[in-house]
Design a protein around this ligand. Structure first.
Ligand SMILES: [Zn+2]
Length: 67
């Protein structure tokens, strides 16, 4: 089946019987990320977790909302 990456809009072909394809068919909310974006996001998430920046960013967002 053809799937479109939600970040870069690249269209990729994945195996119809792959676990990923099944997920996409069953859950409408499941978002497909291409290999590139997947790795990029994984890196970013790990970065955030290791530096704690993610938590700080979320806290800043809350403060901005209050102002
Ligand atoms: Zn992508």
């Amino acid at each position: 089946m053809q799937v479109k990456c939600v970040i870069c809009d690249i269209v990729e072909n994945i195996e119809d019987n792959s676990p990923q394809a099944k997920k996409l068919r069953n859950k409408k909310t499941y978002m497909y990320l291409c290999q590139k974006c997947n790795e990029r996001i994984k890196e970013k998430t790990l970065d955030r977790l290791s530096t704690g920046k993610f938590r700080l960013y979320k806290e800043k967002e809350k403060v901005d909302e209050l102002i």
